[in-house]
Design a protein around this ligand. Structure first.
Ligand code: G16
Length: 558
């Protein structure tokens, strides 16, 4: 298929031009035998092994665009992974993650040896009834990794090989590209499909919300942000020009000296439960960390006794749901509201949400695509992974009701609450978790409530917990069920975990294969840090021995 621009009109040919595809593909040849899988958030591996995959994702994006007659996004990033890794994921028409059936096509296409490429492409077209006559439009973005520029060029080659049109947004955060896709497919209803349009939409909503905040009268909001030496630093700096002076942001780890995600960033802070190395923190100073592509955020501070306090995705979900629930009550609207978590959610957070806040909680598999899907079942679905990845979804009906009430309600109190909800909707990036949007929402809520980070933290106390990684020969040896809370294989592993958990108070543990790194993840929580650490270690040993551990046996923590 080749699209020739004649007098500005696209002239599609009826059939796929395999000669052109083969010619381009030869420039992005797949190393024979190499195999990969579309995982939790697309493909992730060493950057040097990705060229053929990203080229083929350019091809696939064109087919998906033709099939949906919509703009499709391709983002080159490996988010929280180390600098030497890279990755690629496709973004579906409403800015959401790629549909599961197409994830499978992506895996087939990435793993096809060169001579099979034509057959695999034809099969996809046939199964999905792709009309090759349709035109295709693909938007591309990339993070700041040194390998990203060249890889995004390979995506462009893939799109061009199938005659798709494209716009390369260059350096953007992952959520910004999700936003662009949604804007383009909703005729600008969601916002303007430019980086400036994104800043304007969010800052306008933020300022409108802040008008009602106590803090604006009383002083300034200050926040230190560790940007993981990634794209978040660039974009937050750009956005600062659009934000009111009352919000003072101090950007750290802006990429000027440190390495991406190295000893800093949201993943480091969450997993190690300590601040980024070299970040200066005054007592009780409010700090936060983005991850490498700015789709996650966590907050933290050190108290007067020097103790580190982490406010992770669970605390963020609690803060946001408290705020939204209160507003919904004020409006008098009867809308369903729920929080979606994963198995990593701290037991205390689930208990607080269910027992104190009386908010229904559901558990989904790891990966925002799974949480997003569940959140859609409610009028207001708040989803957050403990690692700080999350957002809020409002159903179309809920959004319409709120906007209508904000315009027409006679009762002042109710109308004000509806207006606040309306601004909140506009501040939230509903396509995917977005560190910048989440930051602004959290700051607005804290300001509106007149809360310090310590008051927010005091909502509940986390159970001590520990996360570990175990290297195994093949992580597919571990299969799970019950939203990843139970291991089905290898035989005996779950029984061993059960026996270990039984011995400790308030204990819980699970294991699962990572979908972004070549490791098995272990999570444990318990009544004391020592017990959580020991439990995590014992479970790691069980994984190592029963699931084909490689390298050194896991060592005790400490
Ligand atoms: C990605 C996903 C997240 C997931 C994380 C870890 O985050 O978007 O939903 O929690 O990977 O996944 P896993 O445990 O399977 O490796 P990011 O920020 O790296 O894109």
């Amino acid at each position: 298929m080749h699209l020739d621009l004649v007098g500005g009109e696209i002239q599609p040919e009826e059939e796929m031009d395999f000669d052109t595809v083969a010619k381009y593909s030869a420039l992005h040849a797949k190393p024979p035998g190499l195999s990969s899988q579309y995982g939790t958030a697309g493909f992730r591996t060493k950057a040097e092994n990705l060229d053929h995959t990203v080229f083929r994702m350019g091809l696939l994006a064109v087919l998906r665009s033709k099939q949906t007659t919509s703009t499709i996004g391709v983002m080159v990033t490996a988010s929280h992974n180390p600098e030497e890794d890279n990755g690629v994921k496709l973004i579906d028409p409403l800015g959401e993650m790629l549909a599961p059936a197409w994830e499978e096509y992506a895996t087939c296409l990435a793993n096809a040896e060169e001579p099979e490429l034509q057959t695999v492409l034809s099969d996809i077209c046939q199964k999905e009834k792709v009309d090759l006559q349709h035109s295709a439009f693909v938007v591309i973005g990339r993070d700041t990794r040194s390998s990203s520029k060249e890889l995004s060029q390979s995506v462009i080659d893939g799109v061009s090989a199938l005659g798709g049109q494209l716009q390369d947004y260059g350096l953007v955060t992952t959520p910004q590209l999700h936003y662009m896709v949604c804007c383009r497919n909703t005729n600008g209803n969601y916002g303007r499909a430019t980086v400036e349009g994104y800043y304007q939409k969010l800052s306008k909503a933020f300022m409108a919300l802040m008008k009602q905040a106590v803090t604006e009268r009383d002083g300034h909001l200050c926040l230190k942000v560790d940007c993981a030496n990634g794209i978040g630093a660039l974009k937050l700096k750009e956005m600062e020009h659009y934000l009111p002076k009352c919000l003072r942001i101090y950007i750290d780890n802006d990429g000027s000296k440190g390495k991406l995600n190295h000893l800093c960033g949201a993943d480091f802070v969450k997993v190690h439960q300590k601040p980024p190395v070299d970040l200066e923190m005054k007592i009780n100073e409010k700090c936060s960390s983005f991850d490498g592509d700015a789709d996650r955020i966590v907050y933290y501070y050190n108290d007067a006794a020097g103790r580190f306090h982490l406010l992770d995705g669970d605390k963020i979900a609690t803060l946001i749901s408290t705020f939204l629930k209160e507003l919904l009550v004020k409006t008098g609207q009867t809308l369903t509201l729920a929080v979606i978590q994963t198995a990593y959610a701290n037991g205390s957070s689930t208990h607080y949400l269910e027992e104190t806040m009386k908010v229904p909680v559901q558990c989904a598999k790891t990966g925002v695509k799974h949480l997003h899907h569940k959140a859609k079942e409610f009028d207001v679905g708040i989803y957050f992974e403990a690692n700080g990845h999350g957002t809020v979804l409002f159903s179309k009906a809920a959004e319409d009701k709120i906007r209508h009430q904000a315009e027409n309600e006679k009762d002042n109190r109710k109308r004000e609450a509806a207006k606040m909800l309306e601004n909140t909707i506009d501040l939230i990036n509903q396509t995917v978790g977005d560190a910048i949007s989440d930051l602004l929402l959290i700051e607005a809520i804290l300001a509106l409530k007149g809360w310090t980070v310590q008051q927010w933290d005091a909502l509940y106390t986390d159970l001590p917990n520990r996360q570990l990684k175990v290297k195994v020969a093949d992580r597919r040896a571990i299969d799970t069920t019950d939203a990843e809370r139970q291991a089905v294989t290898p035989p005996g592993l779950q029984e061993k975990i059960n026996a270990l958990v039984k011995k400790i108070k308030q204990a819980r543990a699970f294991v699962r294969p990572s979908g972004t790194e070549d490791v098995v993840r272990v999570y444990a929580e318990a009544d004391t840090q020592e017990n959580a650490d020991n439990l995590a270690h014992e479970v790691s040993l069980a994984v190592y021995h029963l699931a084909g551990g490689v390298g050194e046996e896991p060592k005790p923590i400490g």
